[in-house]
Design a protein around this ligand. Sequence first.
Ligand code: T5A
Length: 229
Amino acid sequence: MAGCFITFEGGEGAGKSTQIERLRQRLGGLAQPTLVTREPGGSPHAEEIRAFILGGHAKHLGPFAEALLFAAARIDHLDKTIVPALNRGTHVLCDRFADSTRAYQGSAGNIDEALIDQLERVTLRGVKPDLTFILDLPAETGLARARERQAGKGEGADRFEGEDASFHHSLRQAFLSIARSEPRRCVVINADQEPDEVEAAIWAALRERLPQLAENRLPDNAVRPLDVA
Ligand code: T5A
């Protein structure tokens, strides 16, 4: 039986990693195991591409070339990590996925939507998340959280955190627009509240959208469209 594929999306510092860890713990008691992964990255070659992009080395190539690099990383991540896990019955919690390309490179980076659609089609090959949580909060709040965390670690802004305010405002609108266009898959969560409240909202939505998972029943879909050996 296939596992459930759940993605977390949102702007910088929205609290995705925090909430993924909390959900992983909640799902810890299920019969089916849970895998936490992330994008860009999640497989050895995709992690190499991550280091290249987030190190700022692809910035001068422009948003479309960056989108291609994110797609290349995603193909490896799907083939090596996500699809094999789903097919062996493991639930997958993924920190960012294709919606991030649509928001960051598409809307905020001004790449034509039709081109993003084509890229998504050839990259995902039919694999779509069962559920996507879009963690929504004002861009300034998320950026302040990200900066505070980096200051604690002695790090600076990465490739996208360094973009200007209008980029981050358009990101928020892009994620909300994705949620409006795919209401069956996406749930918008108010991330501008205490972590416990965000966690409760996520769990309530998961129980409503994927009751078979929350109640430890197995989903009916047996095999994913992309079946890698
Ligand atoms: N990208 C990615 C693209 O441009 N295109 C793509 O296709 C893809 C896949 C990835 C970057 O790549 C871009 C988007 C990104 O810019 P990353 O390092 O993986 O970079 O960074 P992010 O995904 O942005 O993740 P962050 O770690 O910055 O943010 P999170 O995971 O959303 O937030 P989290 O949980 O780490 O929390 C941040 C801080 O806030 C605190 C936490 O303790 C932490 O200190 N916090 C809260 N504080 C107050 N209230 C709450 N409710 C809080 N929740 C967490």
